[in-house]
Design a binder for this molecule. Structure first.
Ligand SMILES: NC(=O)c1ccc[n+]([C@@H]2O[C@H](COP(=O)([O-])OP(=O)(O)OC[C@H]3O[C@@H](n4cnc5c(N)ncnc54)[C@H](OP(=O)(O)O)[C@@H]3O)[C@@H](O)[C@H]2O)c1
Length: 305
């Protein structure tokens, strides 16, 4: 049996054309979709904004259910879509307008924004586009790292503020782990009074820090390995974004054990609305939002079966 064209919730009689996302909870969404489920025969389509390990794991878990279509979207900077389950697309949408048009054209029923904690723009585009189109949205973001006893952290809001801290401090050997894209923000502190060790996945197109050594490496990293690196390069300051997660947390423990200072760049602000910090939490939101069964049941979306 072929799937019939879906009736979009925003087109349903009696429903506001724009749902205030902040007012939506799982119960109201489930109610809306139970109305919806009586009128359509195709599975709901979920847009997953990816670029993180969490997005990959969520796509896997959702696709395994078999009762919804998952389209993962990647910016196309580094991660390859090839290994992702479900459908995928690559490249920007063209701002808020473009994303809203995509949501309508592709008849997306819900969006999970699982972009990186430091992907500062996409979350706002998702927020605006979902508000405009009435598509429910969840922000999935892993918890930030928290300072532990013994840590010597300085937390700043921006890399520019971080450059000021480095430039005005006593640091002579700085280990930079912020990726390759924003190294220029630290250039004001590159005044010849300190050496830089830069670790990133791919070689930087240009290196605005001098003198510097570049290490190309990919986590997960071990505490032993990070400790050896800090000692070998006589590092007195580690610079990191507060990305959270396990894969790159070992540098924090190594710095703590060695008494090395850490400059932590805080996360950019996020829009209000539903959020989850784990893949399990996001799964539950999707399940409850659509009124899906716990295990997955494709037939629930096909009238008459
Ligand atoms: N920033 C980081 O530290 C970091 C680290 C690891 C992974 N990432 C991943 O790399 C991607 C780009 O990071 P960023 O810092 O450049 O993000 P950003 O500043 O939030 O986004 C910049 C632009 O890239 C496009 N874009 C971002 N994520 C997209 C997605 N999942 N699908 C389609 N288009 C997307 C959008 O273009 P349009 O306006 O044209 O739609 C967006 O306006 C993100 O998906 C993020 O998850 C970022």
């Amino acid at each position: 049996m072929g799937f019939a064209p879906r009736l979009q919730l925003r087109d349903s009689p009696g429903l506001s054309p724009v749902f205030p996302v902040t007012a939506l909870d799982a119960t109201s969404l489930a109610l809306r979709h139970s109305i919806h489920a009586t009128t359509v025969t195709d599975p709901p389509r979920l847009l997953l904004l990816g670029g993180t390990s969490e997005a990959g794991r969520l796509a896997e878990a959702l696709c395994a259910r078999g009762d919804l279509v998952v389209v993962t979207s990647l910016a196309g900077r580094t991660a390859s879509a090839a290994a992702l389950p479900g459908q995928h697309r690559t490249g920007g949408f063209g701002g808020t307008e473009g994303l809203a048009a995509y949501l309508r054209a592709e008849r997306i029923s819900a969006l999970v924004d699982a972009t990186h904690p430091f992907a500062a723009r996409m979350r706002w585009h998702a927020y605006e586009a979902c508000n405009r189109t009435g598509v429910p949205r969840l922000r999935l973001e892993r918890p930030p790292w928290q300072a532990q006893p013994g840590d010597r952290w300085t937390v700043v809001a921006t890399l520019a503020a971080g450059a000021t801290v480095i430039g005005s401090g006593p640091f002579r050997r700085v280990f930079v782990t912020i990726g390759r894209g924003e190294l220029a923000a630290l250039a004001p502190a590159s005044d010849g009074r300190r050496r830089w060790l830069v670790r990133c996945l791919d070689p930087p197109e240009r290196l605005p820090l001098h003198p510097a050594e570049v290490v190309l490496d990919r986590g997960p990293f071990s505490v032993d390995g990070e400790t050896a690196l800090l000692v070998r390069h006589r590092i007195d300051l580690v610079v990191t974004k507060n990305s959270g997660g396990d894969a790159t947390a070992a540098k924090l423990e190594a710095a703590r054990n060695l008494g090395v200072a850490v400059l932590v760049i805080d996360r950019p602000p996020s829009p209000e609305g539903p959020s989850a910090t784990t893949v399990a939490g996001a799964l539950e939101w999707v399940r409850a939002s659509f009124g899906l069964s716990a295990q997955g049941d494709a037939s629930s979306w096909r009238r008459g079966e």
